[in-house]
Design a binder for this molecule. Structure first.
Ligand code: C2E
Ligand code: MG
Ligand code: MG
Length: 652
């Protein structure tokens, strides 16, 4: 990816990252410096050789030549030695390097200061000596780019003795050469200064670009490769399985209810959970690799709460088992300051070859499967099927219709009686939503409630149901049926609403219904979620009744029954349905009723359809029943008639 594209990402670099970059600039400078000193040292070599030749062709002039040679050899030796030392020690400290360089230069200064006074009287050889020195000076001045102070020090050491020598000679010619040397120092210093700035800036830019490019390809929160890298991974997976019997799977592993967690516990908690899941997935992936599994799991993240995991290579027959294996990372709750949060994921999967031949098709299809999986809730895996796409437009159509239904007041509330088994009287009713669709007829809440939850429409719908139910119950109270209690279902999304308590208070106030006549039905999973603890306490404070809906289908943790003062357990109809034929159901229902009695919690059996079921429940001491045996859900008019008939069960 071109650097410009990445910079165009406009990501901000934090102060911490800036410090990191500066440290890296320092480290790179050291590398650069000891490579940079080479020009200085190398420039000494031809000079040394030239002097050596001169030494043979002319009368040996004082000690100048041996000095020159010794000087250059010493420089080379010291630099090389230090080079080796740093490499072995892996010492990347700038001060260590500068210290060593200063030693080298001090030796150089000593030698040079001596040899400058040995410069011969022969004018040609003087020129030659000057040029040689300027060459070495230029070599070091360019070699020290990146460290301005070093350049200053080096140039002074090399050229200043020459300047002093020139001025000491005192003639016009030497004064001119001395002045020129000073100008030369200034010139080289300013070049070094500018280049140092440029060098540091470009180094910084390079590092920033590397960082930005990393950030652009990785998720900031989890540090996992993001969706920019995913197509590349998919392409290499395609390459790996192309001419083999194997395929690979692309999964879309999306955490459920993260929005709710963000709303109720705050974004930080939400982020901590995503980080924790990312950490667990990472461990899972490396454990699988260590165990020598033939399938490699490649982990990436595409949206905030959605991971994309590639399973390469794979046999179609083992796909399901291997993908399901991923759910194991969510087995244990995630703890946030000792508070356990149970997380589930909706997983969609597409298989290379069967569901698409390129990255784009596989991604779209895995996504579609994931959205389908979301509709089931809990840990659910859905493989892509062609019908999923066909179902999508229907969903869209339904969504549009649902909006219209709300606007046109098409939704209705039906009421199903809840019967007290001890008295045989109607003790209350459950408010159940009905949608008479102009084209499709009555649409079951089972079909449109998940859609309403997904789109957020459940909030206004839920509020409307509650207002209707309270208003109607108040009317029935006024008609003399003044002990009726109405039960209203609360969707999980409603529980995330900050204003829920206020909304309920307002509805009760507006309708004039006493709060003790309102019962809230929550699912087991909703109650188990630690995030609603506060809400449940508020409900109790308001004197509302709490019922656990579809009891027995969720988790089996029961401690919450006492902790939140639950009033009623509604035993799920799946257990009642098989009674009296199924011994397991009989055992489970008997156990639930017995346990609830111990805890002083009422029980209600849902979906009672036969006299046998009723009799069984009665002998077990179940408190309430709800079901077609007594009555289906009814509209207001029919429910009023039912009440007026004051029909009661004949219990025997
Ligand atoms: P639920 O709260 O468990 O409601 C009981 C469901 O069992 C109702 O289905 C009811 O019609 C059905 N039922 C009652 N007696 C019998 C019986 O004897 N046999 C059989 N087979 N079924 C019986 P319904 O009305 O289709 O509602 C389905 C689910 O939709 C409800 O289950 C509830 O979870 C949800 N729901 C309904 N209305 C609302 C609402 O206003 N808000 C929310 N959030 N959810 C709602
Ligand atoms: Mg219910
Ligand atoms: Mg139920």
């Amino acid at each position: 990816m071109a650097a410009m594209d990445l910079v165009a990402d406009q990501r901000q670099i934090s102060t911490e990252e800036k410090t990191q970059i500066n440290q890296q600039v320092k480290a790179e400078l050291i590398e650069h410096l000891y490579r940079g000193c080479l020009p200085g040292t190398v420039s000494g070599i031809p000079v040394g050789i030239a002097i050596f030749i001169d030494f043979y062709h002319h009368t040996p002039n004082a000690l100048l030549f041996p000095w020159f040679i010794a000087y250059n050899l010493a420089l080379i030796a010291l630099t090389v030695l230090y080079f080796v030392y740093l490499k072995f020690k892996n010492q990347y400290s700038l001060s260590a390097w500068l210290g060593a360089y200063s030693v080298v230069m001090s030796v150089c200064a000593l030698m040079w200061a001596t040899c400058v006074f040995l410069i011969p009287d022969n004018i040609t050889r003087q020129y030659f000596a000057f040029i040689a020195l300027f060459l070495i000076a230029t070599g070091y001045a360019t070699g020290t780019i990146g460290q301005f102070r070093l350049c200053l020090m080096t140039l002074s050491i090399i050229v200043v003795p020459l300047v002093i020598w020139c001025f000491l000679k005192g003639t016009i010619f030497y004064n001119l050469v001395g002045s020129f040397s000073l100008i030369y120092i200034g010139f080289m210093v300013s070049i070094n200064h500018r280049s140092t700035q440029w060098f540091k800036d470009s180094l910084k830019l390079k590092l920033e670009n590397t960082l930005v490019s990393y950030q652009a390809n990785h998720d900031l929160l989890t540090d996992l490769p993001n969706q920019r890298l995913l197509p590349q991974f998919i392409d290499s997976a395609i390459h790996a399985v192309k001419d083999t019997d194997n395929t690979f799977a692309l999964t879309c592993f999306s955490l459920n209810r993260m929005e709710m967690i963000d709303d109720s516990l705050g974004h930080q908690a939400g982020n901590a959970i995503i980080q924790a899941v990312a950490g667990r997935l990472r461990t899972f992936v490396s454990d699988v690799a260590e165990l020598g599994n033939t399938t490699r799991y490649i982990l990436t993240i595409s949206r905030k709460d959605t991971f994309n995991i590639l399973l390469v290579p794979l046999k179609i027959t083992e796909a399901e088992e291997k993908i399901r294996h991923l759910f194991s990372v969510l087995d244990d709750p995630i703890y946030l300051e000792q508070q356990g949060v149970k997380i589930t994921a909706s997983v969609g999967a597409s298989l290379y070859g069967k569901d698409g031949g390129d990255a784009q098709a596989l991604l779209i299809n895995a996504d579609a499967a994931m959205f389908r999986a979301k509709q089931f809730g809990g840990n659910h895996l859905e493989f892509y099927r062609a019908e999923i796409n066909a179902e999508m437009p229907k969903q869209l159509e339904l969504e549009t219709d649902l909006h219209a239904a709300i606007e046109n007041n098409q939704l209705q509330v039906y009421y199903q009686p809840l019967v007290d088994l001890r008295t045989g009287q109607i003790s209350g009713m459950e408010a159940l939503l009905r949608w008479p669709h102009p084209v499709h007829g009555f649409i079951s809440p089972m079909n449109f409630i998940p859609l309403a939850e997904e789109t957020g429409l459940i909030i206004p719908i839920g509020e409307w149901v509650m207002r209707e139910a309270c208003m109607q119950t108040k009317k029935w109270h006024e008609m003399g049926f003044n002990s009726l209690r109405v039960a209203v279902n609360l969707a999980e999304k409603q529980l995330r609403q900050e204003s829920l308590v206020k909304t309920i208070e307002k509805i009760l106030e507006q309708t004039g219904l006493d709060s003790k006549f309102l019962e809230l039905e929550l699912t087991e999973t909703a109650i188990l979620d630690e995030t609603v603890v506060y809400l449940l306490k508020e409900f109790k404070r308001m004197d509302l009744s709490l019922a656990v809906d579809d009891f027995g289908t969720g988790y089996s943790g029961l401690s919450y029954l006492k902790r939140f003062a639950i009033d009623k357990l509604k035993i799920d109809q799946s257990f009642i349905r098989d009674i009296p034929g199924n011994n397991d159901s009989i055992t489970i229902v008997s156990a639930i009723i017995a346990m609830a009695k111990e805890l002083n919690v009422n029980t209600l059996a849902e979906g009672v359809e036969t006299i046998e079921q009723l009799q069984f429940l009665k002998t077990k001491g179940c408190d309430y029943i709800q079901g077609y045996y007594f009555s289906k859900p009814l509209d207001v008019k029919m429910f009023t008639e039912l009440l007026q008939e004051r029909r009661s069960l004949t219990l025997n």
